[in-house]
Structure formats: structure tokens, C-alpha cells
Design a protein around this ligand. Structure first.
Ligand SMILES: Nc1nc2c(ncn2[C@@H]2O[C@H](COP(=O)(O)OP(=O)(O)O)[C@@H](O)[C@H]2O)c(=O)[nH]1
Ligand SMILES: [Mg+2]
Length: 440
């Protein structure tokens, strides 16, 4: 996401940093590069121009602090302006508190509406709410089927009425939801290739019947400036309460996301970052800004980790580590936890500095798979007591997991080293504690 823009900004900042003093001239030169970077990233021309203007005004008016690099000051100003451009505060979805709360999802064909409906349903489920998804895209039978399949995957009810008109379907779905104690109804509406009157009339008719608490417009980041235009057209015709930008995982240049807020006045609420249902994030302007500036996104990472890793299990694991009682069963559990976090390169990309350092480095997920396979081919007894694994056991494990003896040996050796390290850590800790006691 935004890799190209990040790289370009990085080099623009490099040119600014390390200069002894900021003058109006070198600020201007530096910002010209920033502007080029924004335009190349497909940021709307007017948005880029206004952005640079306000950064420049602030930069020139800023007192140059002695203690820090003047270039850093500019980075800070750009960061603040970027946050403002992206909307400032994080905009939340309408809370799920009515019975039912209603979300309507609209946008052009292929933008990612149906996928988003599935993602929102999964998110609601994770919040222990009961969602219902409604297929009101009656023009393409495949679209109804697609939503049904998604719903089944996450065990969520889906609703449609064959042959009925979309406003009718939505009104009936709402009644059904009321009767069945649904917390959140999500309407998947029909898309078109272009914004047209029929589409708008249909959305208005639906909104009249079911009064959405949230009307989300889905736009595809890959379409660049078109996404911005579409967002402008929609928001001038119907009342949009939030925008979901999809396909931010692709090699989209990201500029669309930067312009939409400014052009429509509607906050971006969601970032869709993959085809799979869990690939949905709230859109945090400040975190997005730091991601764009290449500062990484530690907060998201920590949140993600907290969401997926069982806290009790983590504590238990820590105690085991400290007592050096760590065995292959624990090792396997750890690997499963890491896997739950999602693809490793995505996770690492959120760590400041790692983004750049990792470029071109493939995280070897196959290596991880192999390790898991080897451990799974051990008997429970072997996992708990790796010491019993002799030559013939090794041969069996290698064959069972489809690996070579070398692979098995390498893993065992690595594991021994780990254990040794933990027991050393543990000894140091004990020694430290006893020294502390004596001194204290
Ligand atoms: N890479 C990527 N693909 C997505 C994302 N959201 C949706 N898609 C894909 O885009 C295509 C169209 O999505 P769909 O939900 O059917 O769009 P709709 O016509 O608006 O309902 C599908 O192949 C989705 O898997 C995303 O965030 N990232
Ligand atoms: Mg669809």
C-alpha cells in the first residue's frame, strides 16, 4: 500500500534533511518533490496543490528549532497536514445498537461491495452481534449466489426474494430481521458500470423504505482518479455517511484514498486490504499518514496481535519460557498463533523501518509450514521429550512429514539452542534476583 509514494516522499525528505537551515527557497524545492510524488501517486491535482500550499505556509512560518534537523520539522508538518487531509479524527461506523441497525452498501460494479458486506458481517459476529446479509443485487443472479456463499462461510443468515424489486426485498428483510432478533442488517445493493439515474433512484427508494443508519460507498483504490470521480458523483446525489476504500493491498498508487475525503467531504471509514473476509481495517487518518510517510504502524500491529492472540495462553507461555520448560507442543502452539495473525510480510510491513528493510525479502512461509509439518509428525511423547528422538525416530518423522533427515536435524538443533538460550536467560534472571535481594 502506498509503497511508491512512500519511497518518493522518503527521497524528497532526504533532500531536505541534513540541510543546515531551511530557507524559503529550499523549502520550495523540497516541496516541489513532494508535490510530484503526490501527483505520481494519483492524488487529485487540486488536492495536491492545496496541500503543498498549506504545508509551505506552515513551514515558512515555523520557527526553526535549533535542536532538531529542519527537514524533520517539515516531515512533521507534512504528517500533520496529511492527517488533516485524510479527515483528522478516525470516523467510526454507526454503532450496532438498534434492533436492527441498518447498513446499506453501494457503489459501482466490481468495487468490492459484496465482499465488504461479508467482511462487515464477520466483524459484527466477532463483536458478538447477530448480522443478516441481504442480496438486493437482483440483476446478476451470480451476485446473489456469491453473497449466499460468503454468508454460509461465516455462518450468517442471508436473505433475498426471487423476482422482487430491491426496495421490496429490503423492506421485507428488515421485517424478518426484527422478528428474528437480528442486530445488524447489511444490504448489498446492485452496482452499475457507471453512475446513472436508475441506480440513484433505486438507492433512494431503498433508503426511503429502510432508513439506513450507515450508507457506505465502496470505491476501488485501483481505479485511481475514477474512484475519486465516482465518489464525488455519488455523494452529490445521495446521502453517503462513509466511504470504504477497497483493494488497498494491490499496487494501487493510493492517491484516491488521499483525495476522497477532500473531494466529497465524507469520511473514509474503512480500508479493505485483501480478498479474504478478515482483511478489513478501520481507517485511521493518523496511522494511515504515518504509513504513507514510511513510519510504520505499530498501533495497528499491537491491536491486531491483541485481537488474535489469547492473552491467557500468552501468559502461560511466558511462564513456561522462563522456567525453560518449553517443548515442541508449545512451539507448535506459538506457530499457530503467529499464523493467525496473517501473512508475515503484511505484519512485518507494519513495523517501522521493517517496511523498507524487507523490500525484496520474501518471508518464507513455506519454511514455517515445513516446521509445523515436522512437529506434527512427532508423537505427543516426542514433542514433550525431544531428547528421546533418536536416529530411527528421526527417519520416521522425516518420512512422515515429507522432509529430509537434514531438515529434521536442523529443527532439533535449532530447538536445542532455543532451550539453551531460555535456560541461560532464566539463570541470569535468578542471579539478578539474588543480587538484587542482597543489595536491597
Ligand atoms: N485484492 C483485493 N480484492 C478485493 C478486495 N475487495 C474485493 N476484492 C475483489 O474484487 C472483486 C469484486 O468484488 P465484489 O465484492 O464481487 O464487488 P461488487 O461487484 O462491488 O459486489 C472480487 O474478485 C473480490 O474478491 C480487496 O480489498 N482487495
Ligand atoms: Mg456484488
Amino acid at each position: 500500500m502506498f509503497q511508491q509514494l512512500t519511497d518518493k516522499l522518503d527521497s524528497a525528505f532526504k533532500a531536505l534533511c541534513g540541510r543546515g537551515k531551511l530557507t524559503e527557497k529550499n523549502i520550495k524545492d523540497g516541496l516541489r518533490e513532494v508535490r510530484t510524488a503526490l501527483l505520481e501517486a494519483d492524488v487529485n491535482y487540486k488536492v495536491a496543490r492545496d496541500f503543498i500550499k498549506s504545508v509551505q505556509t506552515k513551514a515558512v512560518g515555523t520557527e526553526v528549532l535549533q535542536s532538531i534537523d529542519p527537514g524533520q520539522q517539515i516531515v512533521k508538518i507534512v504528517n500533520d497536514e496529511l492527517i488533516a487531509l485524510l479527515g483528522g479524527e478516525t470516523a467510526e461506523l454507526a454503532p450496532i445498537q438498534k434492533h436492527p441497525t441498518v447498513y446499506m452498501v453501494c457503489g459501482l460494479q466490481g468495487a468490492g461491495k459484496t465482499t465488504l458486506v461479508g467482511k462487515l458481517a464477520l466483524q459484527a459476529k466477532r463483536q458478538k452481534k447477530k448480522p443478516l446479509v441481504v442480496a438486493a443485487d437482483i440483476y446478476r443472479p451470480a451476485a446473489i449466489k456469491q453473497l449466499e456463499v460468503l454468508a454460509k462461510q461465516i455462518d450468517v443468515p442471508s436473505f433475498t426474494i426471487a423476482g422482487a424489486k430491491p426496495p421490496e426485498i429490503c423492506a421485507e428483510a428488515f421485517k424478518w430481521a426484527e422478528k428474528n432478533f437480528i442486530d445488524l442488517v447489511i444490504f448489498d445493493t446492485a452496482g452499475r458500470l457507471h453512475v446513472d439515474d436508475d441506480l440513484m433512484a433505486e438507492l433512494e427508494a431503498i433508503a426511503e423504505r429502510v432508513t439506513p443508519d450507515e450508507t457506505l460507498l465502496v470505491v476501488d483504490a485501483m481505479t485511481g482518479q475514477d474512484a475519486v470521480n465516482v465518489a464525488g458523483q455519488f455523494s452529490s446525489r445521495i446521502a453517503i455517511s462513509g466511504v470504504a476504500v477497497t483493494k488497498l493491498d494491490g499496487d494501487a498508487r493510493g492517491g484516491a484514498a488521499l483525495s476522497i475525503r477532500q473531494v466529497t467531504g465524507v469520511p473514509i471509514k474503512l480500508a479493505s486490504v485483501g480478498e479474504k473476509l478478515p482483511d478489513l481495517e478501520p481507517f485511521h487518518p493518523s496511522r494511515m499518514a504515518s504509513r504513507i510517510l514510511g513510519m510504520g504502524d505499530v498501533v495497528s500491529l499491537v491491536e491486531k496481535a491483541q485481537e488474535t492472540i489469547d492473552a491467557d495462553e500468552a501468559v502461560a507461555m511466558q511462564q513456561k519460557l522462563l522456567k525453560a520448560q518449553f517443548d515442541f507442543e508449545d512451539f507448535l502452539k506459538q506457530m499457530e498463533q503467529v499464523k493467525k495473525l496473517g501473512p508475515l510480510d503484511k505484519i512485518l510491513g507494519m513495523i517501522p523501518g521493517a517496511g523498507k528493510a524487507l523490500k525484496g525479502v520474501e518471508v518464507d512461509e513455506r519454511e514455517m509450514e515445513r516446521t509445523v509439518a515436522i512437529i506434527k509428525s512427532m508423537t505427543p511423547h516426542e514433542r514433550r521429550n525431544p531428547r528421546v528422538i533418536d536416529g530411527s525416530r528421526k527417519r520416521r518423522i522425516a518420512a512422515g512429514s515429507g522432509n529430509t533427515m537434514q531438515d529434521v536435524n536442523a529443527l532439533l538443533k535449532q530447538f536445542q539452542q532455543m532451550q539453551k538460550m531460555f535456560s541461560q536467560m532464566n539463570n541470569n534472571r535468578k542471579r539478578f534476583a539474588s543480587v538484587a535481594r542482597r543489595m536491597g
